[in-house]
Write a new protein. Structure first.
Length: 159
């Protein structure tokens, strides 16, 4: 049986990242992490309780991942150690499936209203953490995202 994931995060270590909506920059960071965050369909009645725990677990992991290099290039420092910011961007297309046909199927993505609530919960919990700067994209908007990937360094996290 395939394991269900209710949340996917693409984490990129960046030297800078920003989100623009309607020609206005709505979020920008310098050194830190840019997160693309998607939520999958809930298959159980208690999925939102489950998502709450998964959000807590993912934030704990993100804050303490040693993915920033020391002076000799060894990955020794977390986002907390380097004092970087986080730019969180909602991204329902992470649940797109393109195995069949030529048009992606987004049927595995959580419904927009529920996903928006989950994204807001993720951001509010992140803002309660020790991160000094948390910026966001806008759920449901046509966003232009820029980033200068540092490394490049990218991780895919599933919860």
């Amino acid at each position: 049986m395939q394991r269900l994931h209710y949340m996917k995060i693409i984490l990129q270590r960046v030297k800078g990242s920003s989100v623009t909506v309607e020609n206005t920059v709505i979020g920008a960071i310098e050194q830190g992490l840019m997160l693309l965050i998607g939520f999958g369909k809930e298959d159980e009645m208690d999925a939102l309780v489950s998502i709450d725990k998964k959000i807590d677990k993912s934030i704990e992991k993100i804050l303490h991942l040693r993915i920033f290099p020391n002076s000799i290039g060894k990955l020794d420092y977390s986002i907390l150690d380097v004092g970087g910011g986080i730019l969180a961007v909602p991204q329902f297309t992470l649940y797109g499936q393109a195995q069949k046909g030529r048009r992606p199927d987004f049927g595995a993505a959580m419904a927009p209203d529920a996903a928006s609530c989950c994204f807001d919960l993720f951001v509010s919990k992140l803002r309660l953490s020790s991160i000094t700067q948390v910026e966001t994209g806008k759920f449901g908007a046509d966003m232009q995202v820029t980033l200068l990937n540092d490394g490049p360094f990218t991780l895919a996290l599933d919860y």
